[in-house]
Ligand binder design. Structure first.
Ligand code: FAD
Length: 377
């Protein structure tokens, strides 16, 4: 199988690169073992400070509506965190204050949303809170098994019964100016959070639950669908296990499922994430990149990898594969001509590109542009 570009890793970085290349008419394949950091996504992209119209448009074309409003968002413990670019269902507030009285609503038997911590955090800031657990007959079947009362299962049900929730809240509402709900709405239908806001005569704020993240899973599904609609080949559940590299260029990728059918391409993009997704691995002696054996920027002494004060910034989180200025990956100090690295596998080796979601998107766009430019020359 031969493509213009093969992308290893189907998280945020891999999908943004794949969509950009498919849109420009290049044939691509994404190989992805499965779960990625989007499944734990808060709904806000880190380190994007400027108004990013190109990014907003790319997501909008996939059905992911973003809004850009430098401010703060409400965290699950009732504190506030600085945020700028976010999914539209995350409320971005101009200041760390949401009103004077809040009704916090959850569901009987659902334990992934910590109402009392949230109330305690908000009360410390002078807000008065009332907690109400809704007893919904539609959730009774899920309640029979506690493992079913998780955010994704609840979200599947909520897609059908959100109007009942709105009705119940309207009856419960007294003089509260704010209603706080868990982020379990709009898994399949992205219009639901907005419609809930319109149906409740108070400010409605959706707040994070324990992972997995419903808005994150929705974002992943929509980006993947957009990529496939553009003609991309998404090899779900497969794993890149090795590569054929000759004279400083990658020739093909070996995958677990395709066996002797190697994936050939002109360009290759490594978007396998950091430790969490096993794009970087570590043992007591070194931190390594397992597919190509690329150079990883890291302190030579293990004792320098971490700060013994657990809550402090940890140096190993900044390590990543070494690349040149155009994100070509380095092996033994030399760039591999047609292999690029993007996303969290870069660590903080390119601090100008930011961290987290900002890094994933910026590096993916930069490499897609680079590939398009090179193939036009
Ligand atoms: C738990 C968690 C929560 C986060 N929350 C936020 C947040 O709220 N906001 C924010 O801005 N940033 C957040 N981040 C930072 C996050 O890393 C980036 O935002 C971004 O999603 C990373 O995308 P990525 O594509 O580089 O890597 P990943 O999302 O890690 O994706 C890498 C993909 O590569 C696949 N893969 C790995 N090895 C192979 C292989 N050999 N073959 C095939 N596939 C492979 C993995 O299965 C995975 O699907 C979070 C990170 C973590 C770990």
């Amino acid at each position: 199988m031969k493509f213009n570009t093969v992308i290893i890793g189907g998280g945020l970085a891999g999908l943004v690169a794949g969509i950009s290349l498919q849109k420009a008419g290049r044939s691509t394949a994404i190989i992805s073992t499965g779960q990625n950091a989007l499944h734990f996504f808060s709904g806000s992209f880190e380190s994007i400070e400027e108004a990013p119209q190109r990014i907003i448009d790319l997501f909008a074309e996939a059905g992911v509506r973003l809004h850009y409003a430098p401010g703060v968002r409400l965290m699950p413990m009732g504190t506030f965190k600085k945020s700028t670019l976010s999914l539209e269902d995350i409320s971005l507030l101009p200041e760390p204050k949401i009103g004077s009285k809040a009704l916090i609503v959850s569901f009987s038997g659902y334990h992934d949303f910590f109402c009392s911590f949230l109330a305690e955090g908000l009360e410390k800031q002078g807000m008065s809170c009332r907690i109400k657990m809704l007893d919904l007959p539609e959730l009774e079947k899920l309640e029979q098994s506690p493992s079913e009362m998780r955010s994704v299962q609840i979200a599947r049900t909520m897609d059908r019964i959100w109007e009942n929730v709105v009705r119940e809240i309207r009856m419960l509402l007294r003089d509260e100016d704010t209603v706080i709900l868990p982020q379990v709405f709009g898994l399949r239908d992205t219009s639901i959070p907005d419609r809930i806001r319109q149906g409740i005569p108070a400010q409605v704020i959706f707040t994070g639950t324990l992972p997995p993240s419903v808005p994150g899973i929705r974002t992943q599904l929509l980006l993947k669908r957009r990529y496939e609609l553009l003609g991309g080949t998404y090899l779900m559940g497969d794993e890149a296990t090795g590569a054929h590299v000759h004279e400083g260029s990658v020739h093909s990728i070996v995958t677990h499922n395709l066996g002797n059918h190697f994936l050939e391409a002109e360009n290759f993009i490594l978007a396998t994430g950091a430790y969490f997704s096993k794009g970087l691995r570590s043992n007591p002696f070194q931190i390594s990149e397992p597919i190509f054996g690329l150079d990883v920027e890291q302190a030579a002494e293990r004792s320098d990898w971490y700060n013994p004060e657990f809550m402090r910034e940890q140096p190993y989180m900044k390590y990543g594969v070494a690349t040149d200025a155009t994100l070509h990956a380095l092996k033994d100090g030399e760039p591999i001509k047609n292999l690029y690295a993007i996303g969290s596998i870069l660590g903080e080796t390119h601090s100008e590109m930011g961290t987290g979601g900002g890094l994933a998107i910026r590096s993916a766009l930069a490499v897609a542009d680079q590939i398009l430019k090179t193939s036009e020359e």
